[in-house]
Design a protein around this ligand. Sequence first.
Ligand code: SF4
Length: 265
Amino acid sequence: MAEEKETKSIDQGTLELIEKAAKDGVNTTFDRADTVKACPIGSVGSCCKHCGMGPCRVPLPKGREETPEDKQKRRGVCGATAETIAARNFIRMVAGGAAAHSDHGRGVAELFLEVARGGAPGYEIKDEQKLLQVALDLGVEIGERSNNEIAADIGRIALGEYGKQEGELLTLRKAPLKRQELWRKLGVAPRGIDREIVEIMHRTHIGVDQDYKSLLKQGVRAAIGDGWGGSMLATELQDILFGTPAPVLGQANLGVLEKDEVNII
Ligand code: SF4
């Protein structure tokens, strides 16, 4: 059987551009992925540099099983175990991802409020049905009020969800009831989008939370705050401003770029 040739992408357009980049002497992600070697300690999350006493490296012993004595010694200067260090590293990644997604939602909410106040020419409320649906979800009065009045309340409430200190995010109510109950039972229902991210940064610092299970739980809480909070608000408000997406026939991929036009991507 002929050996299958390894390709860098399954996409023909990408393959053609990789070839062109190579001819033009342009260094790409694909080249760097071939040459950069992953750090073996970093790839298992066993390096901590969260305080000035580190960096502390706590890798597994090479070429043999870890003994209980080895395990006892595998700790950072502060006493953090390998599990704690890996959990700290992992949930700091969760914090970064949740912050990136959710801050996008914050930007959308700020724009949304400006549109409602008439301060963002060029934008409008395109999907009125969605506006009313989101108003119901967030408990905003509809009555005889104008779209802009309703939207202003939605924008204010959406922004408030970022800095909320207690209770639960309003959008959690959109999840199936059983799921909501589970989140409450496990203590991972987020209070505010920003608050859960900040708490990760706090609890992963030296001398705060040393229990990997409790750390991972906070990672779940912040991730829910993003997925069912910040990111969800971004989608809801963008649908109202730009129209709820529906399947359409279109062109995609690098072939849409025109040689004789300015291509804004
Ligand atoms: S927090 Fe602990 S494990 Fe991390 S660098 Fe400081 S002393 Fe080392």
